[in-house]
Design a protein around this ligand. Structure first.
Ligand code: KG4
Ligand code: ZN
Length: 339
């Protein structure tokens, strides 16, 4: 079964052709990062316009690279939620137009579910059930993945997402947008023990996260040093901050693994590219005898191949949509088909 998949939930216009949920025949990603860099973050209006300009070329290239014509396809999958509404609408409307003109079924895909599926592309034999730590720019979730399309949220962030916290701290340190990866690289050279930063717990919710206190603590630390005219020990700040975020993520994931008796721990989302997070989760799994999975670096960030993978399993479960499909800025990943 061949699926053409489209992703436009944030600042990447992407298209891919994926076979049977596991084999990537093509994957094209047009990033808008350079455009948003000067503003220090994604400007939603600019993102929608760039998606409109890029989408035809991106889809054409994905079809060409896969050596496909529309007659070779079996379905069109598209990210319909969550994300920037104007950005999502570009992909959703384009996919609807394609489905209408070709007669192919239309498969809506939840963005976070597709991040989970990036692991199916990386590990052809990986199957649910497993526990997944989803860490992206907009979300931080601990999810019990019972089946490809049946999942239950165990915990989530109460405020900032992990990626958002990385990006804000990086911005304070004068690193370019998106700062997560730059902070990660800088942290490799620093002393993670130099500054003690908080790891706040959420009372009664052992799997929930909170990063806003940590963000404020690092901002205050930087301000205090700047006011005293001290030069910033950037690598040590980055390393201490990264350690605090990773401790929070890995600690809760470990507790959830123990409490649920899960055997496999899976990481997903842009922040799953973080070097320390990958090392820590791998170490944890080795220590406890759990299997550990994290996506190949090329599938960590937003792409359409992961949409094609999850789209296959949504299609198998009968989750197709009609021409009234709409985009949704916020939507829980537990039952997106109920929309
Ligand atoms: O999943 P993603 O590509 O987009 C969303 O769905 O949000 O995640 C993007 C986030 C950004 O916040 C980016 O800074 C962060 O992932 N990120 C990282 C690293 N690479 C990307 N954060 C920490 N360390 C990294 N190596
Ligand atoms: Zn994403």
């Amino acid at each position: 079964m061949r699926i053409l998949a489209i992703e436009s939930s944030c600042d990447e216009t992407a298209a891919a052709v994926v076979e049977d949920g596991r084999t990537v025949l093509s994957s094209v990603v047009a990033s808008q990062v350079e455009e948003h860099k000067i503003y220090g973050g994604v400007v939603p209006e600019v993102a929608s316009r760039r998606h409109s300009e890029a989408i035809v070329g991106v889809v054409q290239k994905a079809m060409q690279d896969a050596g496909c014509c529309f007659a070779d396809l079996d379905a069109v999958a598209v990210t319909h939620a969550p994300g920037l509404i104007g950005a999502l609408l570009v992909g959703v409307n384009f996919a609807k137009g394609l489905a209408l003109s070709t007669g192919l079924p239309l498969v809506p895909v939840h963005h976070l579910r597709s991040h989970i599926a990036s692991n199916y592309l990386t590990f052809p034999d990986l199957q649910p059930p497993f526990l997944c730590l989803i860490v992206s720019g907009g979300h931080t979730h601990l999810v019990e993945v019972e089946d490809y399309t049946r999942m239950r949220i165990l915990g989530q962030t109460r405020d900032d997402a992990a990626g958002e916290a990385f990006d804000k701290a990086a911005r304070m340190m004068g690193l370019p947008y998106p700062g997560g990866v730059h902070l990660d690289v800088l942290a490799e050279e620093g002393d993670p023990e130099r500054f003690a930063l908080p790891n706040p717990k959420v009372d009664g919710c052992p799997y929930d996260f909170s990063f806003s206190g940590l963000k404020t603590a690092v901002i205050n630390l930087i301000h205090r040093m700047q006011q005293k005219g001290e030069s910033l020990p950037a690598a040590d700040i980055a390393a201490s901050f990264r350690r605090a975020v990773v401790e929070s993520l890995a600690g809760r994931a470990a507790r959830a693994m123990q409490d649920t008796g899960a055997k496999k721990l899976v990481a997903a989302g842009g922040v799953s590219a973080n070097r320390l997070l990958r090392r820590e989760l791998e170490g944890l799994c080795r220590e406890h005898g759990w299997e550990y999975f994290a996506p190949k670096l090329c599938w960590c960030g937003d792409n359409a191949a992961m949409v094609g993978s999850q789209g296959y399993y949504e299609w198998l479960a009968g989750h197709t949509a009609g021409m009234d499909l709409n985009a949704c800025a916020r939507l829980c990943l537990e039952a997106p088909e109920a929309l």
